[in-house]
Design a protein around this ligand. Structure first.
Ligand SMILES: [Mn+2]
Length: 326
């Protein structure tokens, strides 16, 4: 059975000719690949479609042959009939400033969403927004080309962490099953996603992990990246370093990773990743930051040698009970 919002969205897309697609600031694999899939779906219906994001496309998705279809910048105030926002809890999350007069469609799979658009379709149980786009494609009677199928499959792999995160459910496999039937190529996508690193990224990994310290019987792992690491390796400071965190978090018994990133002398942005009961948001809030249960961040200032001792000790005392209960 098709839900009401989905039917309304399909009808609206059919009626409109000029469609803009945008997603959130610092877009991720799910929002980028789903945007590209929707772009090709719209094109196959004869629509004028543009993807316009405020922030750059991150690696490796910027290596997609059609990542050039993505414009970085602002959606002008009067160029389109319809704007589709992917994974934006509210309009400001898109970074777009001129959406006031537009008919807006909000498609999201996160719990927190302000239902700000003319049509809101929010499904927290969807493993990726790509799975919702798949349903939309079916509602629009789209022919799922290998290109569209690969984009959607790539989005699912990205958002479920290769079918390892807690959002990996039956639907993730079900949609992936159908996408591979339509020509998505899992081997090609995994080569693309995971075997596309530059030597510099791997050298960075070595540097950062060589500074690993563990606290509280290994339940807390701390790693550090200095500005000079990026300068020496000629890497951009916006580099996505999640792959380093993932390795630190893979240490047996580690429940929380504190990743210190030097912003300027004596100022560090600390990103927190945790699992189980260890509450990242609680830690971040203590230090004046914020975030989610398993991903959060905050900024600290001070002498590095002191911070690297004091912050983990404070985290241990904050989470003592939770860390002991696994
Ligand atoms: Mn997503």
């Amino acid at each position: 059975m098709m839900n009401k919002a989905l039917t309304e969205i399909a009808d609206k897309i059919i009626q409109c000719q000029r469609i803009a697609i945008t997603s959130h600031l610092r877009p991720d694999g799910d929002s980028i690949c789903t945007s590209l899939a929707l772009y090709h779906m719209g094109k196959s219906l004869g629509k004028h479609v543009e993807i316009i994001n405020k922030d750059n496309t991150p690696s490796p998705f910027n290596l997609f042959p059609d990542s050039g279809c993505i414009t970085i910048g602002s959606i002008p105030p009067d160029k389109f009939d319809l704007v589709i926002l992917l994974e934006c809890a509210n309009i400001s999350r898109s970074g777009q400033k001129h959406l006031g007069n537009y008919f807006k469609i909000n498609i999201d799979h996160h719990h927190t969403n302000d239902f700000y658009a003319d049509i809101n379709w929010v499904e927290p149980e969807a493993p990726a927004v790509a799975c919702m786009a798949y349903d939309l494609g079916k509602a629009l009677n789209i022919i799922f080309t290998p290109g569209i199928s690969n984009h959607l499959y790539c989005a699912i792999v990205s958002d479920t962490g290769s079918f390892q995160f807690s959002n990996t459910n039956t639907r993730a496999f079900e949609v992936s099953y159908h996408l591979t039937e339509k020509g998505a190529d899992p081997l090609m996508i995994s080569e693309f996603m995971f075997h596309n690193n530059s030597p510099e990224k791997i050298k960075l990994l070595g540097r950062v992990l060589s500074r690993l310290k563990t606290f509280y019987e290994g339940k807390i792992a701390v790693i550090t990246m200095f500005k000079d690491d990026l300068i020496d390796l000629k890497l951009r400071k916006e580099i996505d370093s999640e792959y380093i965190t993932t390795l630190a978090r893979s240490i047996k018994d580690t429940q929380i990773v504190l990743f210190f990133k030097e912003m300027k002398k004596n100022t560090f942005r600390v990103s927190i990743r945790s699992r189980g009961n260890a509450n990242s948001a609680q830690v971040a809030e203590h230090f004046g930051g914020g975030g989610h249960l398993h991903a959060a961040g905050f900024t600290v200032t001070g002498n590095y040698d002191n911070l690297i001792k004091d912050v983990p000790e404070k985290v241990a005392s904050l989470l003592k009970k939770k860390l002991n209960n696994g």
